[in-house]
Design a protein around this ligand. Sequence first.
Ligand code: FES
Length: 185
Amino acid sequence: MAEVTSPADEFTKRVNRREFLNFAWLASLGFITLNIAGATYLFSMPRFKEGEFGGVVTVGTVAEMPEAEASPLNFPKVKFWLSHTSQGVMALYKVCTHLGCLYNWREQEHKFVCPCHGSQFELNGNYILGPAPRSLDRFAIQIVDQGSGEVIAQSENGEPLPLPENANAIVRVDTGKRIKGAPHA
Ligand code: FES
């Protein structure tokens, strides 16, 4: 009598145990490689889009910056004040270093004042008085040539950055790089 074999039996005959293990091992290896490649790709992408808080924000050209020691510019959507002191421009994080309230600019007194517990800060973010433990936090800032895209000057530590002669150069703030203000005595 003829032997009856199912398709599964045929497959079993063709693929012995060793071949099956080799195949499973290769499939696992491929799966892991794909996962690593996917994770590497995701990590290499910027987490924030340009222009949104957490990413790099273009604030305007050198010519559009306020005069030195004039009132700061408010950028509420990206959470900073742009100050131009006699030492240069700087971007101050809008959140008070005491308990996180949003402080305001007081035009008449020419300083920042927090409405919650009264901490005060100079135009450059330096602590004046109140319960805040340190000066205002600031963001890294850079100036880029509009034509070439080359970085002309930058302040990675949040210190004031003097404006260059090039009035068309672009001022950019990296809101992903926050530098803590100095604690006061
Ligand atoms: Fe600003 Fe307390 S949160 S002084």
